[in-house]
Design a protein around this ligand. Structure first.
Ligand code: ADP
Ligand code: MG
Length: 268
């Protein structure tokens, strides 16, 4: 069964218009984003990459409705974002799982918060766990799962939500290389099936190119769009092994270098 196919008309285009976000601290103010403008079409998978601390997570939080713009606006489906939205899923690096709840319960969390009836929850969670290969672990606890399985569970939660917008903040960064590649394949397959809008923040150039039909490069803090690289071959079979793939990665490395992303030896 195909889990999490978006039922409603998918209206998940994202428009960030002159988006600025500042954090007010006790004795200082940090400008995280400054006039960032970015359009993402409905159903488009975009990767975002940039120097450490440039505001990537802030961008996702603003699109998710969890952080309010200081200036400018974010629209999802043409509507200004004023708070969490029913079909927006946020997937984080540290899984965001509750250790004392079962796998099935964790997958259902987003549905509970949104008051989806129990029978409907059970059906959607069952399909979602099936899709990510965790059906037989439904009654296990997160502590019994490997890192890769925990991140599959986080993906299942997004599928159960029938998310038409998946915001992913370095979701695979904590995984070992093989598991990471496996999960990249899963994310690509799921996108091919569902064609949801996807915004993937990553510090891996290869991952950005593998999973984004465009790759957005941000400036150092305060973040703005430095460059957008078109990546039309994304999703084609065997793309990872082509000269185009390597060229695209090299181009991004140059762009990131120009933004000083490698100055400290890290690009997270
Ligand atoms: P990135 O994800 O690109 O590493 P973030 O969006 O997490 O960057 O952070 C951008 C800047 O805003 C950083 O300087 C960070 O320290 C600061 N920042 C992030 N969240 C907060 C917060 N809640 N309060 C104050 N400063 C914050
Ligand atoms: Mg971050």
């Amino acid at each position: 069964p195909r889990a999490g196919r978006a039922v409603a008309a998918t209206v998940a285009r994202v428009d960030a218009r002159s988006l600025s976000v500042s954090y007010e601290g006790v004795d200082r103010r940090t400008d995280a984003l400054d006039g960032l403008t970015l359009d993402i079409a409905d159903g488009e998978p975009v990767s975002v990459i940039g120097p450490s601390g440039c505001g990537k997570s802030t961008l996702l939080l603003a699109v998710a409705g969890l952080v309010a713009p200081t200036a400018g606006t974010v629209l999802v489906g043409g509507e200004p974002v004023t708070g969490p939205r029913l079909h927006t899923a946020l997937i984080l690096q540290d899984f965001g799982l509750l250790p004392w709840k079962t796998v099935a319960h964790n997958a259902a969390l987003g549905l509970e918060i949104r008051h989806v009836p129990a029978a409907e929850r059970t059906r959607r969670v069952g399909e979602a766990l099936e899709r990510v290969g965790l059906a037989e672990f439904a009654s296990a606890y997160p502590g019994e799962l490997s890192g890769g399985m925990r991140q599959r569970l986080a993906v299942a939660r997004a599928l159960a939500l029938e998310a038409d917008l998946m915001l992913m903040d370095e979701p695979l960064s904590a995984l070992d290389a093989l598991t990471r590649e496996d999960l990249q394949g899963l994310l690509l397959d799921i996108w091919r099936q569902r064609r949801h809008t996807a915004v993937l923040v990553t510090h891996s150039i290869e991952e950005a190119v593998f999973l984004g039909s465009r790759v957005v490069v941000l400036t150092p803090r305060p973040g703005r769009v430095a460059a957008v690289v078109d990546n039309p071959e994304m999703g084609e079979r065997g793309f990872r092994d082509t000269p185009e793939f390597y060229e695209r990665c090299a181009e991004l490395r140059r762009l990131l270098d120009a933004e000083g992303a490698f100055a400290t030896g890290v690009t997270s």
